[in-house]
Design a protein around this ligand. Structure first.
Ligand code: MN
Length: 352
C-alpha cells in the first residue's frame, strides 16, 4: 500500500486542477472520501472540484462542503481525476456522458475497497480488506503527512460509520475503532454523523419501512425476504433512496441465512439488496449471478423490470366457500419466497 501512496503523492504533486468524483447515488463513504480529499488537496494549493452524477441525499447535508458537488463536468479541464469508493468505472456513470473519461488520457486515481473493482485507474489504491474507503484515505493522508482538519475528520468518520453500520458490522475490527478514536481526537463530529446517518427518519420513510417489515417473511431456506413496489413508494410519498439502511435493519432475524430486499425504482429497474450475518454465506457471489456485486456480507444487483404479483389458482371441494384471490388494486399480494426462488434460478422470470 505504501508504494501506492508514494505514487499517489507523485501524481498529486504533478497536478494543478483536480476533480474528485463520487459514485452515482453517493453514500457517506464516497462523499466523505471525495470531500476529505478536496480539503486536503485544496490546502496543498491545488484547485479541486467535486462531481457526482446524482445529487447527494439530504441525509448528507450536514457534511462540510457538500454543496460543492456538481453534476456537469468538463474532464479535459483537469489534469487529475480521483474516483472515490466506486466498485467499477461504470459506477460513476460519467462514461455515459464522457465516453473517453477513463481512457487514460487524464491520469485517474481509483481509491476503493470493493472486491468487484476492475482497476480502471492509472493508479489503483484498492484494498478489499479496508472497512471503508475513508479509512484508506486516512492512512494515505497520514503517510503523506497531510494535515487532517476537524472538517476532514468528520468526513472520514462519515465513511466509516456508513460502511460499518455505526461500528456494528463484522468489518469493524480493532483498527477501525482506533482510527475512529483518532479522528474524534482530531475534532471529527461523531455525534453529527451518528445523528444524521442513523437517527434521522422522515415519516414517509418510516411508513415505507413499515410496509417492508410487515411483509417480511422467512422462507424454508432460512432467507428473509421482503418487497417494496413503486406503488408503495408513491403511496407514502417516498422514493427509493428512502430504502437506504432498510436491508441492514431487516438483517436481524435470528438463525436466518441471509436477507433480501427487492424493490422497484423510479426508472423501471428492480433492485435486489443482500445482507448476511453468516461467515459461510457469500452474498457478493449471489448478487453476481444477477450481474451485480459488492462485498461478501453486503451486495446487490439492479436489472430492468418490475416485480409482478403472482396469482395462483386452486380447486376447492364443492360446498366450501372459496375466498377471492386478491385483485389488482395496486396493493399486490406478493409472494416473496416464490419470487426469490424464481429469480435465484431463472433470472428472466418474475422480474422482467
Ligand atoms: Mn465504501
Amino acid at each position: 500500500m505504501q508504494e501506492l501512496f508514494v505514487k499517489a503523492g507523485q501524481l498529486i504533486g504533478r497536478s494543478q486542477k483536480i476533480l474528485c468524483i463520487a459514485h452515482r447515488k453517493p453514500d457517506g463513504d464516497s462523499l466523505g472520501t471525495a470531500l476529505a480529499f478536496h480539503y486536503a488537496l485544496t490546502a496543498q494549493g491545488r484547485q479541486v472540484d467535486l462531481a457526482c452524477i446524482d445529487e447527494p441525499a439530504s441525509t448528507f447535508a450536514f457534511l462540510p462542503g457538500i454543496k460543492k458537488f456538481r453534476r456537469e463536468i468538463e474532464p479535459a479541464a483537469y489534469d487529475l481525476l480521483i474516483v472515490c469508493d466506486a466498485g467499477a468505472s461504470y459506477m460513476t456513470k460519467y462514461h455515459e456522458i464522457h465516453p473517453t473519461i477513463f481512457d487514460g488520457s487524464i491520469p485517474v486515481i481509483n481509491i476503493d475497497h470493493h472486491a468487484s473493482n476492475d482497476n480502471f485507474g492509472t493508479l489503483n489504491i484498492v484494498d478489499v480488506n479496508s472497512a471503508s474507503t475513508t479509512l484508506l484515505l486516512y492512512k494515505m493522508l497520514r503517510f503523506l503527512e497531510l494535515k487532517i482538519t476537524p472538517e476532514m475528520a468528520t468526513c472520514l468518520i462519515c465513511g466509516i460509520y456508513n460502511d460499518t453500520g455505526a461500528l456494528m458490522h463484522s468489518n469493524t475490527n480493532l483498527e477501525v475503532f482506533e482510527i475512529t478514536g483518532r479522528l474524534v481526537e482530531l475534532g471529527g463530529n461523531i455525534q453529527a454523523v451518528a445523528k444524521n446517518l442513523f437517527k434521522t427518519t422522515p415519516v414517509n420513510r418510516l411508513r415505507v419501512w413499515g410496509r417492508a417489515m410487515e411483509r417480511a417473511t422467512v422462507n424454508e431456506q432460512g432467507v428473509v425476504v421482503t418487497v417494496v413496489t413503486q406503488a408503495d413508494l408513491e403511496e407514502v410519498g417516498a422514493n427509493s433512496e428512502d430504502l437506504g439502511g432498510l436491508v441492514d435493519f431487516l438483517n436481524s432475524v435470528p438463525g436466518s441465512k441471509f436477507t433480501v430486499l427487492l424493490n422497484e425504482d423510479e426508472k423501471g429497474n428492480v433492485k435486489g439488496s443482500f445482507r448476511t450475518r453468516r461467515d459461510d454465506v457469500d452474498v457478493a457471489e449471489l448478487a453476481g449471478r444477477f450481474g451485480g456485486g459488492g462485498h461478501k456480507k453486503a451486495a446487490g444487483f439492479t436489472m430492468p423490470g418490475r416485480i409482478h404479483q403472482e396469482i395462483r389458482w386452486k380447486v376447492a371441494p364443492l360446498g366450501e366457500p372459496v375466498l377471492d384471490a386478491p385483485q389488482g388494486s395496486g396493493k399486490a399480494e406478493l409472494a416473496p419466497q416464490e419470487l426469490l426462488s424464481n429469480i435465484l434460478q431463472i433470472p428472466e422470470v418474475k422480474v422482467g
